[in-house]
Ligand binder design. Structure first.
Ligand code: CP
Length: 328
């Protein structure tokens, strides 16, 4: 580890804080699904993320200059891939990256993700994978000698680091207990929506409104998990019926191939008319990219949080990398 780092001892501070409160902070090996994150782990991550805001403001650190991150993306990405790259560079580390692994890796020659990971693990200290099949990141983790981070797997899989930055963005604005959250869009296959639902279930008195056309509603696996954890939720197909009740509006895309009727998709859109029905202090979030479901006019509204949400990803992913790379 470089001696020239100006990084505060975030890990120590975070651990001590939680030991003082009687919690145990356990080590993360891989990041595959949101359910892995206990409350102490989440609070440790958020504490470190706050620290990373200060580190980035100072221009970064060299503390992880001996570490290499490998990005293996089999599907397109703007935010997640750039964000992990920026996070590693701000930590002083180095990056190997393929943005189109389906075309520019040996998958073209028929190589399975397991073999690719076995090789890349020799060249790097942490691997970030976006894979077209649900379970792809888990397959990678099973054979990897270094930590694997799921950057989105399949349709109906998960995107846990997106949910972590989503939750951090809410946490920076208000208490997480007692929140009322409307999650809108193509929920059955929406990996960000699924990962966020799992995380919200960690907090007391949360209520979730799942708002979607009936055929795209949240799948039973999540609903069963919420039932088992005593989390209140409602399934709704009419945005107007719940929009005024939500503290957080979490909008997601409905892809045209899932709902061909554009007017049908627009019924779930946030536009100036819907803004008038929201709470005056609602938080409007979206994992992005957006299409017709989030009118550009919303950008001017002070409740719009989605660009700050994306910016927060840098701090959260830096923090997460330190949790995986710190070995002591
Ligand atoms: N939110 C998100 O995952 O965006 P990208 O697909 O651009 O990475």
């Amino acid at each position: 580890m470089a001696a020239s780092s100006n990084l505060p001892s975030l890990k120590t501070a975070g651990s001590r804080h939680f030991q003082d409160n009687g919690f145990m902070v356990s080590k993360l090996r891989h990041v595959i699904e949101s359910q892995q994150f206990t409350l102490p782990l989440l609070m440790d991550l958020f504490h470190r993320s706050r620290g990373m805001e200060r580190v980035v403001a100072r221009g970064g650190t060299l503390e992880y200059q001996d570490k290499i991150l490998a990005n293996l993306f089999y599907q397109p990405s703007t935010r997640t891939r750039f964000c992990f790259e920026a996070a590693m560079y701000r930590l002083g580390g180095k990056v190997l990256s393929t943005e189109q692994a389906s075309a520019f890796s040996s998958e073209v020659a028929g190589e399975q993700v397991e073999d690719s990971i076995r090789i890349i693990a020799h060249y790097s200290d942490v691997i970030v994978v976006r894979h077209p099949q649900a379970g792809g990141a888990q397959r990678a983790a099973q054979v990897s000698s270094v930590p694997v981070i799921n950057a989105g797997d399949g349709e109906g899989g998960q995107h846990p680091t997106q949910a972590l930055l989503d939750l951090y963005t809410i946490y920076r604005e208000r208490p997480l207990v007692g929140l009322s959250v409307a999650i809108i869009g193509e929920l059955d296959r929406g990996r960000t929506a699924r990962s966020l639902a799992y995380l919200l279930a960690k907090f007391d008195r949360v209520k979730i409104f799942f708002v979607a056309p009936p055929e795209l509603q949240m799948k039973p696996d999540i609903l069963t998990y919420l039932d088992e954890h005593g989390v209140r939720y409602e399934l709704e197909s009419d945005v107007d019926r719940v929009i005024g009740e939500a503290d957080v509006i979490y909008q997601t895309r409905i892809r045209p191939e899932r709902l061909r009727d554009e007017q049908g998709r627009k019924r779930y859109a946030i536009d100036p008319a819907l803004l008038r029905k929201m709470k005056s202090d609602a938080l409007i979030m979206h994992p992005l990219p957006r299409t017709v479901e989030l009118d550009k006019a919303v950008d001017e509204d002070p409740r719009a949080l989605y660009f700050r949400q994306a910016a927060n990803g840098l701090y959260v992913r830096m923090a997460l990398l330190t949790m995986l790379l710190d070995t002591e």
